[in-house]
Design a protein around this ligand. Structure first.
Ligand SMILES: Cc1ncc(COP(=O)(O)O)c(C=O)c1O
Length: 379
């Protein structure tokens, strides 16, 4: 039944060999910058490429500051700490996300409240957020209190699923009104804009990932963005073991983290960032071709929502039901075309089962039907 799809994807990538979901492309200055970095001997977390990448990344997304980290999870972890999340606090997020969002919340000893996503964006629903806040929360002393647990909801972490921006301005308005800090999990959405503003720059802080499967990669890497100078300085300090700069002394003024991005990885990222525009164009063209094909096949291709520009990081289709989804996964994977279902909902994982949930109708619907299809930049 899915013979045509496999054929189509093989033609897109001009191969009958194994087609991965998303493989990196290193066709720019990667090797030159890596050599430069090795020759300089500054391969660790101090070096010119780290500074250069931070400046260029901030400029790319339109943020005042960018602080490079070892990975996106570390960027999220630090962002939550800087947003004031502490042990026993609560953080609103979506259950349809990669586990890193929840891990970062757990590292602090906080817990999540899972609210539903929108069907069109697959990101946190402002409607679900509004109704939860109005029905379940009160504001006391400029703090948002969850009436059922008595705990403070310090932050809200929406995620831009597969690069499609969620309705972030409505979420921001609600967070502001309810004294909740907005931290965007923008791990997947470099190059995505909501009404011409880059994702990750709406909240107090935003976190991006440069894991091997992302639109640009350094093998592993991440970055925090913010417009707040004090937070930016603090982010740099606590990701660098809280070492006080000094000519020779090792003085650290708090227990902190070794989360800075090595210069080697930053060298790769500088080269990757130079190619972002061409990667985005290439991916948009791929998405257009997928859309035309799946329309004829009568299968729903997930398009960018209204008023946004998606990076189309990972393309996805929506199948009729879980049986059809499994048949599709079975057929494509047995025929060397890598496809993957969307994540199992976080509230179903053993570790997060005790966390509070709203009604998750849309998340459950998408969980059973969404499948990612090969999305690498085509050569
Ligand atoms: C939604 C989301 N959040 C966080 C992360 C964590 O990023 P990393 O793998 O760089 O730690 C990822 C990607 O891996 C992600 O997709």
């Amino acid at each position: 039944m899915f013979y045509d799809t496999v054929n189509f994807i093989q033609n897109l990538y001009r191969t009958k060999k194994f087609i991965p979901l998303h493989e990196p492309r290193f066709n720019g200055n990667e090797k030159a910058y890596l050599n430069e970095c090795i020759d300089s001997t500054f391969v660790s977390s101090v070096g010119e490429f780290v500074d250069r990448f931070e400046t260029e990344f901030a400029h790319t997304v339109g943020a005042k500051y960018a602080i490079a980290t070892v990975n996106g999870t570390a960027a999220l972890h630090i962002s939550l700490i800087l947003a004031g999340v502490e042990h026993d606090d609560e953080v609103i997020t979506q259950p349809l996300t990669f586990i890193a969002t929840c891990n970062a919340i757990s590292y602090i000893g906080a817990s999540a409240i899972f609210l539903d996503v929108d069907l069109e964006t697959m990101g946190l629903s402002p409607v679900a957020l509004k109704s939860f806040l109005e029905q379940e929360c009160i504001v006391s002393d400029k703090k948002c209190i969850n009436r059922s647990t008595g705990k403070t909801i310090k932050a809200c972490v929406p995620m831009h699923t597969f690069g499609h921006p969620c309705r972030i301005d409505e979420i921001k308005t609600l967070c502001d009104a309810w004294h909740i800090s907005l931290v965007e999990d923008a791990a997947e959405s470099l190059g995505s804009y909501y009404k011409e503003k880059h994702t990750g720059t709406f909240g107090l802080l935003g976190a991006f990932s440069f894991n091997g499967n992302k639109i640009i990669t350094s093998g592993g890497g991440g970055v925090i963005v913010t417009d707040d100078e004090t937070l930016a300085k603090r982010a740099k300090h606590i990701t660098t073991t809280a070492k006080i700069p000094h000519k020779w002394e090792y003085i650290h003024d708090e227990i902190a983290y070794n989360y800075r991005l090595p210069n080697l990885n930053a060298a790769l990222l500088c080269a990757q960032l130079e190619q972002l525009e061409s990667f985005l164009e290439n991916k948009r063209k791929l998405a257009t071709e997928y859309k035309q094909f799946f329309t004829v096949q009568n299968i729903q291709f997930i398009e960018e929502p209204m008023d946004v520009r998606s990076n189309y990081w990972l393309n996805a289709i929506l199948l009729d039901d879980i049986q059809q989804r499994d048949e599709f996964l079975e057929y494509t994977n047995s025929n060397s075309v890598m496809t993957r279902p969307i994540w199992a909902l976080m509230n179903k994982l053993e570790m997060f089962r005790q966390w509070q949930c709203g009604e998750l109708k849309n998340a459950l619907f998408l969980e059973e039907r969404v499948v990612n299809i090969p999305s690498s930049v085509r050569l």
